[in-house]
Design a protein. Structure first.
Length: 394
């Protein structure tokens, strides 16, 4: 039997790669002669750099970067010669066949998994470390950048990133203001750029279509999950709208409009990127599918296992595990989807559209979230083995 393991991350416990490895170990324990292939998934957040760099045959280098709460930590960047990237992938990226591609995962320097304080307070968080990663990449000789958006803790429009690239802020009487985090925006009277920024083309991979501002913008839609309190949402939106033209006044060229679909991703990070670099956005999952050759792998499999930390209605938007489910279902391949938690409305929706799909919850419904997170590896093992047992009986 040919088995494809295509898990996304289980937030707080397992990376996509770890989930695939654990599932493989669980299956080999009871059926050693299986043919197993891995295709770990990423929405642009955690795992984006390692999954895509490995998929493209590149190398990963380690760096020290500034985390959102303004302390040092580690971050990685992937490097791939563009000549070694397939024509199909380069067509999606809109990049040539010469030069060096740097793969940057903004969550490595600004992701929610890096935050230590509780409750979270994005008014004080910066994307400065993402700017450091860009500086490192350019210093290593990269000519083009692919940046994954997702899993961010920040809501600073990428202004912290611009600060790392030379943006300076001043208040009354030309008093310098740093770090340029949202809680200090109201005090800013002037912005200046210290030096020049080498303008390498940047391709942003993200699947959300939200604009920067408004009822469907970065703050309104994603602010609450980052820790923005209801009473602070309106003020954050007002400050973002104030900073928008102020930042634009510093940078020349044809920059992306704020109502461009995707500008609201990752706390408005594409806004900052597009101020400093020639930027375009591409669908992240489409890119991942082409790099990993997912359609061919699903077609070649007898059984596909996928899943993520939570399977809810937002999971059913055609991205990640749900997209794998759709592909397998269309090809009449046996498919199991697993979630640390599976919400009833999502299960009902899946069962009504694709009744043959095997839907399983990994977590114990009677245990706490913390208990389930700590027991996730063992729970995943048991669930995978139970799904295989049911498959053999069917």
């Amino acid at each position: 039997m040919k088995v494809l393991l295509a898990f996304d991350k289980f937030k707080g416990s397992l990376t996509a790669q770890e989930a695939c490895r654990l599932a493989e170990d669980a299956l080999f324990e009871i059926q050693p002669d299986l043919s197993i292939e891995h295709a770990p998934l990423s929405d642009g957040g955690e795992g984006f750099c390692s999954i895509l760099t490995e998929g493209l045959g590149g190398e990963i280098r380690d760096y020290t970067v500034t985390y959102p709460e303004i302390h040092p930590g580690s971050g990685q960047i992937g490097y791939v010669p563009l000549a070694e990237v397939s024509d199909e992938v380069r067509s999606i990226l809109k990049f040539p066949d010469k030069g060096i591609l740097a793969i940057i995962e903004m969550a490595q320097a600004a992701g929610h998994q890096l935050i230590q304080e509780k409750p979270r307070n994005p008014w004080n968080y910066t994307t400065f470390g993402v700017g450091e990663m860009i500086r490192y990449a350019i210093g290593e000789g990269c000519t083009h950048i692919l940046m994954g958006m997702g899993g961010s803790a920040t809501n600073d429009m990428g202004i912290g990133m611009l600060e790392a690239l030379g943006l300076k802020a001043f208040g009354r009487d030309q008093q310098p203001i740093s770090p340029i985090v949202p809680s200090k925006w109201n005090s800013i009277r002037e912005l200046k750029l210290d030096g020049t920024i080498e303008n390498v083309p940047v391709c942003i991979a993200c699947d959300v279509k939200n604009p920067l501002h408004g009822p469907n913008g970065a703050a309104a839609i994603y602010g609450p999950q980052k820790g923005l309190l209801p009473e602070g949402l309106n003020e954050m939106q007002l400050q973002m709208e104030r900073m928008d033209p102020l930042v634009r006044s510093v940078f020349e060229g044809n920059r992306l409009p704020s109502d461009t679909g995707g500008m609201g991703a990752a706390g408005g990070m594409p806004f900052g990127v597009s101020m400093a670099f020639d930027t375009h956005l591409v669908p992240g999952f489409e890119l991942l599918c082409e790099i990993l050759k997912l359609d061919a792998k699903v077609e070649n499999a007898d059984w596909v296992l996928t899943g993520e930390g939570a399977v809810d209605l937002s999971s059913l938007s055609g991205k990640g595990p749900y997209s794998i489910v759709q592909r397998a279902f269309q090809q009449r391949t046996k498919i199991s989807i697993m979630g640390g938690k599976v919400f009833d409305d999502a299960r009902e929706s899946l069962n009504s559209k694709m009744p043959e799909v095997d839907v399983r919850q990994i977590g114990d419904p009677n245990a706490s979230i913390d208990e389930n997170i700590s027991n996730e590896p063992e729970n995943l093992k048991k669930t995978v083995q139970a799904a295989f047992g049911a498959l053999k009986l069917s």
